[in-house]
Design a binder for this molecule. Structure first.
Ligand code: PHE
Length: 337
């Protein structure tokens, strides 16, 4: 009896000092395992005197049940404790301020390109596209610029082979579109173009928007009306516009369109080089040779074409003096748009 009480006391002492599931497991082995204290006591049963056997057996069994019950109780206590600790450790502080990611913005060239497209869209122009890797034929020959023609020097070309090049302007889209369709035509062709040139006003890749209108009675006054309206919508209403005679092999007559200098309002400054005018685009009446090359009858059809550099228009609109800033990806520059 005394023995049983001692076991119970040491067990209770052991149990109180148990902290982890591992401690409990050791206690379980120490008392009720195969070589445990209680198991040993039960094994002694045959040696107990006959009349004491029932009382002895009962006592040891009760202790065993008690020990198992206590261990189970403590086990669930420890498990609860461990779970609560785990939850506490994994807790997320929803009051912490979040991480701010700066949202992206539309590139200034894309902003102005879209404005140009929308302006012509509102005047009923469709959109056509062509390849950036182009045949010499479409880029030059069909535009009345034969091989060895001095006008080829105007455009420093990236050649891929004798017949293949990176288009130097969007004008080849005029030819490709006329080849596959019949008049009337009224479209713009936006896209990338390439020239072997780099300084404050030139990058090897830049963007142009071409325009072409062809029908039976298109005159120079149509060209003037459309381009004046365009310039007034893009820059500001009533800005003075002038058409200055120029030369392109694929238009005749040809003109360059200038706007009154935005910075000095025509007085003359460093930006307009004292002239009071800024060039915004090239244009002209489609040359009869170009119509012949695509199989249009130049006696029946007339048309006008124009082409502009988007970088140039963006620079004028926002008074940017170095074209390279568009492609340096300096966030401080791009953030302003
Ligand atoms: N393709 C010419 C250039 O890149 C611009 C232009 C287009 C001029 C259409 C007249 C007509 O310089």
């Amino acid at each position: 009896m005394v023995d049983i009480n001692d076991i119970k006391n040491t067990f209770l002492h052991d149990l109180t000092s148990a902290r982890t599931a591992g401690d409990l497991q050791n206690i379980r082995i120490k008392y009720t395992g195969k070589k445990g204290i209680i198991t040993a006591k039960l094994k002694l049963l045959p040696t107990v005197r006959q009349e004491e056997k029932p009382a002895y057996g009962k006592l040891v069994n009760e202790l065993k049940v008690f020990i198992q019950g206590e261990i189970d109780r403590k086990e669930s206590q420890i498990k609860n404790l461990e779970r609560n600790q785990k939850i506490a450790a994994e807790a997320i502080d929803i009051t912490l301020p979040g991480k701010y990611t700066q949202p992206g913005r539309t590139h200034p060239i894309s902003v102005v390109l879209k404005e140009v497209i929308d302006t012509f869209g509102s005047m009923g122009f469709a959109i056509e596209v062509g390849p950036e890797v182009e045949l010499d034929y479409y880029n030059f020959e069909a535009l009345n610029i034969p091989k060895n023609h001095p006008a080829r020097d105007m455009q420093d070309t990236f050649y891929i082979s004798d017949d293949v090049l990176l288009r130097t302007h969007t004008s080849p889209v005029q030819v490709r579109t006329m080849e596959r369709s019949k008049p009337p035509l009224k479209f713009i062709a936006p896209g990338k173009v390439y020239r072997c040139d780099a300084d404050v006003s030139h990058t090897p890749m830049f963007h142009q928007v071409e325009g072409l209108v062809v029908d039976t009675d298109i005159s120079f006054s149509d060209l003037k009306g459309v381009l004046e309206l365009f310039v007034h919508r893009m820059f500001k209403k009533d800005i003075p516009v002038r058409f200055r005679p120029s030369f392109f092999p694929f238009t005749e007559p040809s003109a360059e369109v200038d706007i009154s200098c935005i910075l000095c309002s025509g007085a003359g400054c460093r930006v307009c080089k004292g002239s009071g005018w800024l060039e915004v685009l090239g244009a002209g009446m489609v040359h009869p040779r170009v119509f012949e090359m695509v199989g249009y009858d130049p006696e029946l059809y007339s048309g006008f074409a124009f082409g502009m550099g988007i970088e140039r228009i963006t620079m004028l609109k926002y008074s940017i003096n170095d074209i390279r800033t568009f492609y340096e990806n300096d966030i401080r520059f791009l953030r302003q748009f």
